[in-house]
Design a protein around this ligand. Structure first.
Ligand SMILES: NC(=O)c1ccc[n+]([C@@H]2O[C@H](COP(=O)([O-])OP(=O)(O)OC[C@H]3O[C@@H](n4cnc5c(N)ncnc54)[C@H](O)[C@@H]3O)[C@@H](O)[C@H]2O)c1
Ligand SMILES: O=C(O)CC[C@@H](O)C(=O)O
Length: 397
């Protein structure tokens, strides 16, 4: 069995794609014939997915560019690469804190406007540089909103650099909480971040809840001279509020990874072109993670790192495995079991896990007879609550 993978956009790491290995062909077919896509930040809202498409691998963390619920309803499993670019973003955030504190942007602008011989410039520098004397991050308070893969790494490293770190994340996973240094103080009220922090960095996904969440209301609680960073998503901060609070001196420096004309050529703003997660290492990690998830899903039906279906892992030991994407409605598992026994087939193992309106069912069958399996597949294909049926044959019996 050969699977066709289509890369979307031209920023997919070729070395990372090698993780697909044998049994996969890259970019040999058109988008509507592919079994799976590997993509980065391309927008798939309003995109018409092909009927054959089984999976999308997002070689990155944020998946707000993909309509994941629509994908679930069309039987498409969406994977991301959690943590694959977290170190890259963390490093840029640490860089921005220091870059902002040391006034390097206005200092560089002032210096490069000086004319004359080197001696004359040197005299001007020594006379004028005090206007740009900055402050150190050691001993200051950093507030982090979102303590996931990126936020937790920023928290630990900032604590190691001598900062007092406050973290806010009402949905933090237990696993992630274990990774965070005891020196990081967890706060349960967002106001504590805005009232106490000298530096604030946001690392939450863009959701209905977080869209423009950070604006006038929070900023009115900030101390004067705060350095604010948004390396999460453009829409998370209210742009007018950012500009107004820069104008009144509350925000001393704003670093964002998302371009907007309103932010260009502003002394107190540094805009980077969505570079936080764009290092060679991160691109390789993320592509490799997306490729491995797709590979496992297509070849074995296992789900690892999906954002629209639960994780399902089960070693493939039987001749035939059937996987179903079904509506999460009562009685489906019973109907599936009855259908299998009606064909006089024995179930070796069945796993059914739901997420939202859809569920994934993996059925391992103690059966070698291909025509019996085919009849069962046809039954499932005609079942109203089942949106995707796949049959996976163990390679070597
Ligand atoms: N600039 C870049 O290149 C770049 C790179 C990677 C990720 N990102 C963005 O950063 C986001 C975070 O990435 P990550 O890898 O840390 O993701 P993650 O899923 O590991 O962590 C997100 C954290 O945010 C928390 N959270 C969710 N809603 C929250 C809320 N309302 N308030 C506080 N915390 C909340 C979650 O509980 C989770 O712990 C991504 O969703 C993506 O949008 C940007
Ligand atoms: O793919 C990219 O270049 C951006 C990645 C980043 O925004 C992410 O959410 O992982």
């Amino acid at each position: 069995m050969v699977y066709n993978i289509k890369t979307i956009g031209n920023n997919i790491d070729p070395l990372g794609l090698q993780a697909f290995g044998e049994g996969f062909v890259i970019d040999a077919v058109k988008e509507d014939e592919a079994d799976a896509f590997v993509c980065r930040a391309q927008n798939f809202h309003d995109y018409q997915f092909g009927k054959n498409l089984l999976a999308i691998g997002r070689a990155g963390a944020g998946f707000n560019n993909i309509p994941v619920e629509q994908c679930a309803s069309e039987g498409i499993v969406v994977f991301n690469a959690p943590g694959g670019n977290a170190n890259a973003v963390k490093e840029q955030v640490l860089c921005m804190m220091i870059f902002g504190s040391r006034n390097l942007k206005p200092a560089n602008k002032w210096l490069t406007s000086q004319k004359g011989t080197d001696r004359e410039i040197d005299l001007a520098v020594e006379k004028g540089k005090k206007a740009f004397a900055g402050s150190e991050i050691r001993g200051k308070t950093l507030g982090i909103i979102g303590l996931g893969n990126i936020g937790s790494r920023v928290a630990n490293d900032a604590a190691n650099l001598g900062m007092k770190v406050l973290g806010y994340d009402p949905y933090i996973s237990v696993e992630r909480a274990w990774d965070i240094s005891h020196d990081v103080k967890r706060v349960t009220n967002l106001d504590d971040i805005f009232e106490e922090a000298d530096y604030i960095t946001i690392h939450t996904p863009l959701t209905e809840e977080t869209k423009e969440m950070y604006g006038y209301d929070n900023f009115s609680k900030m101390k004067k001279g705060v350095i604010l960073m948004n390396f999460a998503r453009d829409e998370i901060t209210d742009k007018s509020a950012v500009l107004d609070y820069i104008a009144n001196g509350t925000i001393q420096f704003f670093a964002t990874d998302f371009g907007s004309e309103q932010f260009y050529h502003q002394e107190h703003i540094f805009v980077s072109p969505h570079l936080g997660g764009s290092t060679q290492e991160a691109s390789l990690n993320c592509t490799r993670m997306a490729a491995r998830s797709i590979q496992a899903y297509l070849q074995t039906g296992e789900i690892i790192n999906s954002v629209n279906f639960p994780n399902v892992r089960q070693e493939l030991k039987v001749p035939y495995r059937i996987t179903l994407i079904n509506k999460n409605v009562p009685n489906v598992v019973a109907q599936i079991s009855v259908a299998v026994s009606d064909k006089n087939i024995n179930i070796s193992n069945i796993i059914n896990r739901s997420k939202g309106d859809f569920a994934y069912t993996l059925i391992d069958l103690d059966e070698q007879n291909e025509s019996k399996i085919q009849a069962l597949v046809e039954h499932f294909e005609n079942s109203e609550n089942i949106v995707r049926v796949r049959v996976i044959k163990k390679w070597s019996l």
